[in-house]
Write a protein that binds this ligand. Structure first.
Ligand code: SF4
Ligand code: SF4
Length: 736
């Protein structure tokens, strides 16, 4: 169908008073040859929307340029079912960020120039767009969800999937379901008043899972390998010597945790040398048996000490806090206290960490007579009856010896997921030390495991995208994702189940999951131009691209998050999207007007990531903080999509400087596409070659890290860069 573009300019929100709207319309209609150009004083109101809809039905308008406010507001109003569309922001990023004193003609002129440039950009963008055709596979998509792991997290995830009407396939490597929770005597309180031990919730949960017709359970089964992509995962399952292949749409990994090996703990704690030193799990078993006794002689254990943080928050062992063991030890202290009126429970801690309502549980144990000692345990030795602990009491500032019957070590949690170096570009597939195999054994170009975020845990972006891994369609719940207790695991499982349902539904529509949720485009490439350089296959943050035997990329559209990193990486510029391409952005920046050098109006091009930098700039507008009128902002879907050719184009066109605003990267990265801004910075290190070739100063191009919360500091960053560029001579290419 032939494209017919309509450009609709809102004159509300002060736009009509501040700008020459007729001139804006002329830019669209006469200069850019947009066939339908109209104004409305309240475009997002029902009349304005009806005007657009009428043109769509009566005039055949099928591509839209909406000129007015930021694309981040009035989203629902302008959701008109049109894929080829751009929102041109002349309010938040122009009107609201420019200081235009009344009667100051120069400032008014600058404002008008900025708005006209943005209209030009919007027109070019939509002209360069093609209608995206949603990806449809040659074989049917599955909406079933595979849940790997039959502990409390996996059971909950399967049940949540099933309750929403989807089918769950629950795979457990052991003969029975339940995982570690099956071994528990009682559990910490999960409901008000949060001060009583509760019965183990597992039997009820198991009955529900087993009775749900949407859940298929396979015990004694492991995943041998996983090929494919969301909606199209083909998972080979191994049960004894039999194998079968199941197609699923999404995957939830809920394989739980491994307790830190107590054999690795410092010898002074006595594990292995005295039978009266136990781990929390071993003590749980003892409590469940109903006999809390000294193992050395079988006599009742009335004095039980708990060593919190055993091998945790310790650079020689686990550097992190497992979060749940304080609560767990409190629970076990109550076992001791409730077991006998004369029993004593000593909790030897660094800090007690009991978030949320667990504070009430902590108070309960205090009130019940739990004895809390802030300090370290030194040497533990076997006494004639029990153990002698040397304790360095940090509050009393004294060292003391205490006699106890048992010492329980609260060891930490390690993930059971095989993870790999997140920054490695080659398949490394590093296995966790004593893991017998990979959880999914992904047949991906970038390796069989899941990239880790911190401490080997397979999280992707703990702030914005909990449950996600860096493999689309694969989510992790419970302590396999990060250390957590039972209550948090069940919440986590519900979240991961929801994510899996989102992905199977999005895939079925041919749409992306976030951060570009709903985007119907996906990358395509011109095979004959490919030099098999492998940059795209190595740099894709989500492992979306495999390779054929010749080294050509094989895109998996349903794994793709549409970040454009491959597009920015490709030196041949042969990767593009229907609605995003190197040519599109290059044409947009070339379309803007560059004043003559004599005008003394520099032009600074700002490439801003749409995930953090654009919202931060919108906030600057909302705060009405002035920005330089000489900047021109082009949003990028991720800084990883930045092509160096745009820098060369900008310099050749006569822009005086280019400022790139990506997300924070490094260990605490904020980049929604994980590595996009880090890769952009690496690419940018080569920009000096371009600038040298053009005989331009390297200071003309700068990249900064912007956080979504940076609205207060961002104006200074932008304005200082403009000031620094203004100190340089104008770009000599203006003259050409
Ligand atoms: S757009 Fe992003 S996620 Fe998709 S293939 Fe390219 S780099 Fe990978
Ligand atoms: S980056 Fe471009 S040239 Fe290199 S392998 Fe990918 S498609 Fe081919």
């Amino acid at each position: 169908m032939e494209k017919k573009i309509g450009c609709y300019i809102c004159t509300g929100c002060g736009i009509g008073e501040a700008l020459d709207v007729k001139a804006l319309g002329n830019v669209a209609a006469k200069e850019q040859k947009i066939p339908v150009v109209k104004n409305h004083e309240f475009l997002c109101g029902s009349e304005g929307i009806q005007m657009i809809q009428k043109d769509m039905s009566a005039e055949g308008v099928n591509a839209l340029i909406i000129v007015g406010c930021s694309h981040r507001v009035k989203t629902e109003e302008f959701r008109l079912g049109v894929a080829q569309m751009d929102r041109v922001d002349i309010r938040d990023k122009c009107l609201w960020v420019l200081d235009v004193p009344e009667g100051n003609e120069t400032a008014e002129e600058d404002r008008q120039m900025m708005a006209e440039d943005y209209v030009r950009c919007g027109c070019v963008k939509v002209k360069k767009m093609n209608q995206p055709n949603p990806f449809a596979a040659s074989t049917p998509f599955s909406k079933d969800v595979l849940v790997v792991g039959g502990g409390i997290s996996g059971l909950t995830a399967a049940l949540e999937v099933a309750r929403t009407g989807y089918n769950a396939l629950l795979v457990e490597k052991e003969e029975t379901l339940g995982g570690k929770v099956a071994l528990m005597h009682k559990v910490s309180p999960a409901r008000a008043p949060y001060n009583k031990l509760e019965e183990n919730p597992l039997p009820k949960l198991l009955a529900e899972v087993k009775g749900n017709k949407h859940i298929r359970i396979m015990n004694n089964t492991v995943v041998q390998k996983t090929v494919g992509a969301p909606g199209l995962f083909d998972v080979t399952l191994k049960n004894g010597s039999a194998t079968s292949v199941e197609r699923v749409g999404g995957i939830v990994i809920a394989t739980g945790y491994r307790s830190y090996d107590p054999g690795k703990l410092d010898k002074r704690l006595g594990y292995g040398s005295s039978p009266d030193v136990l781990t929390s799990m071993e003590f749980e078993e003892m409590a469940r048996s109903g006999k809390i006794v000294r193992k050395s002689d079988g006599k009742p254990a009335r004095r039980v000490a708990f060593a919190l943080c055993a091998g945790q928050r310790d650079s020689s062992h686990l550097e992190y806090c497992s979060g749940a063991c304080c609560t767990y030890s409190l629970k076990q202290a109550l076992y001791v206290i409730e077991n006998h009126p004369e029993a004593s429970a000593y909790l030897i801690y660094q800090e007690i960490r009991t978030p949320g309502q667990m504070e009430d549980f902590y108070r309960k144990v205090q009130n019940e007579g739990g004895i809390f000692i802030k300090g370290d345990i030194g040497q533990v030795s076997q006494a004639p009856s029990g153990l002698t602990l040397e304790v360095d009491d940090k509050l009393l500032r004294q060292k003391a010896k205490m006699e106890v019957d048992l010492l329980v070590l609260a060891t930490g949690m390690e993930t059971t997921v095989d993870t790999q170096d997140p920054n490695s570009a080659s398949p490394v597939g590093k296995q966790v030390d004593d893991l017998p195999g990979s959880v999914l054994n992904l047949q991906y170009r970038q390796g069989p495991g899941l990239p880790s975020l911190k401490n080997n845990f397979p999280d992707s972006h703990f702030i914005c995208f909990p449950y996600e891994t860096r493999r689309t369609g694969i989510y992790v719940a419970g302590p396999a994702r990060r250390p957590m207790g039972i209550s948090a695991s069940t919440t986590d499982a519900a979240g991961a189940a929801l994510k899996a349902i989102q992905v199977v539904e999005s895939v079925a529509r041919g749409a992306a999951v976030h951060p570009r949720a709903g985007d119907l485009s996906f990358p395509s490439f011109r095979e004959e131009g490919c030099t098999q350089c492998k940059r795209c296959t190595e740099e894709c943050p989500f492992g979306a691209i495999n390779e054929d035997e010749k080294g050509n990329p094989l895109f998996n559209p349903t794994r793709c998050r549409r970040c454009g990193t491959c597009m920015g990486a490709c030196p041949q510029k042969i990767i593009s999207f229907a609605n995003y391409s190197v040519d599109m952005i290059g044409s947009m920046l070339k379309e803007m007007e560059i004043p003559e050098a004599d005008d003394e109006k520099p032009r600074i091009l700002v490439f801003a990531c749409e995930n953090d930098a654009i919202p931060a700039i919108d906030m600057v507008g909302r705060n009405r903080t002035p920005l330089s009128p000489y900047i021109r902002i082009i949003p990028l879907r991720c800084m990883g999509s930045m092509s160096l050719v745009w820098i060369a184009d900008a310099m050749s066109k006569g822009y005086d400087g280019v400022l790139l605003m990506g997300c924070r990267h490094g260990t605490d990265y904020q980049c929604h596409n994980v590595r996009g801004s880090a890769l952009a910075e690496i690419r940018l290190s080569k920009v000096s070659e371009t600038l040298d070739r053009l005989q331009l100063e390297s200071d003309r191009v700068k990249m900064v890290e912007v956080n979504i919360m940076d609205a207060e500091t961002l104006p200074k960053v932008i304005n200082d860069f403009v000031a620094a560029i203004s100190e340089l001579d104008p770009n000599p290419y203006k003259e050409f």
